[in-house]
Design a protein around this ligand. Structure first.
Ligand code: SAM
Length: 252
């Protein structure tokens, strides 16, 4: 488990991922993809600062957002206009999920969260546990960096993000690097101010979750209707050229 990595990034996580803009952009396509009735119960595993969970709540859904990072959960709970139907819990999924029952219409594991869950456990066990939180017919949606693209290119970088705060210009770059069975994420933070330029790196290494592995598990019991996609908008997945791997399946 690698929550300390996020504790160190702190409130810059939202700026780095442009969390609210992304939630606004992805919300309609995720709702379209899942086709949920408006009062559905949704579990978001690895909710970070809660941008998507809050947006789903504003659409009339009941949402539980789980994340082990205390500062993320504090920021999530402090969101303005947070609907009463959205709650946040500071927990690791594997410690939280037992005894929840088959309670959810959808379980979301977005933005490269699934590789965190499989860092210490077999992928099949994690998927079984996620399946146990779903009602029959409930849907599982995962989105992560496609390790085959990183393997094909050696590394992959999404566009860098830059912002200014208190007279300091901050640039964050993310670089995904192929490390055999793992992907290394190197975040480089460059600050420019009157006092000069400074650079720091953070590294995080997580196991690869491959499309073949996901497909094999989600083609077996209790799953059905597997779709491998390039994005939450539903575009077709291309193993060697899609930056993201999105998997959608339904519990029988
Ligand atoms: C790459 S971030 C993605 C966050 C968000 N879903 C997004 O799309 O931006 C992964 C998140 O998973 C959380 N996480 C790590 N291990 C976890 C676990 N065992 N259970 C639940 N969440 C976990 C991290 O704290 C982090 O917020």
């Amino acid at each position: 488990m690698s929550s300390n990595f996020y504790e160190r990034i702190g409130d810059e996580y939202d700026l780095m991922t442009d969390a609210d803009e992304r939630a606004g952009r992805e919300l309609p396509v995720i709702l379209d993809l899942l086709g949920l009735p408006s009062d559905s119960r949704i579990l978001e595993i690895g909710c970070a600062t809660g941008a998507l969970a809050a947006a789903l709540g504003r659409e009339g859904h009941e949402v539980i957002g789980l994340d082990p990072v205390g500062s993320f959960i504090t920021m999530a709970k402090g969101r303005r206009d947070l609907p009463a139907s959205v709650s946040f819990v500071q927990a690791h999924f594997e410690e939280w999920f037992p005894h929840q029952g088959e309670a959810f219409d959808a379980a979301l594991c977005l933005g490269h969260t699934l590789p965190h869950l499989v860092a210490d456990r077999p992928v099949a066990d994690v998927m079984r546990d996620i399946g146990e939180t779903l009602r029959p017919g409930g849907q599982f949606l995962a989105q992560m960096v496609n390790p085959s693209l990183v393997e094909a290119r050696g590394h992959w970088e999404p566009p860098a993000r830059t912002w200014e705060r208190g007279g300091v210009r901050v640039t964050l770059r993310r670089r995904w690097i192929d490390r055999g069975d793992s992907l290394q994420l190197r975040i480089t933070r460059i600050t420019d101010s009157d006092e000069g330029t400074a650079q720091r790196n953070w590294d995080q290494t997580l196991p690869k979750v491959r499309s073949e592995q996901i497909a094999e598990i989600l083609r077996g019991d209790p799953w059905t209707d597997l779709r491998l996609l390039a994005d939450v908008a539903g575009n077709a997945f291309e193993k060697s050229s899609s930056p993201a791997l999105v998997a959608l399946a339904r519990r029988r």
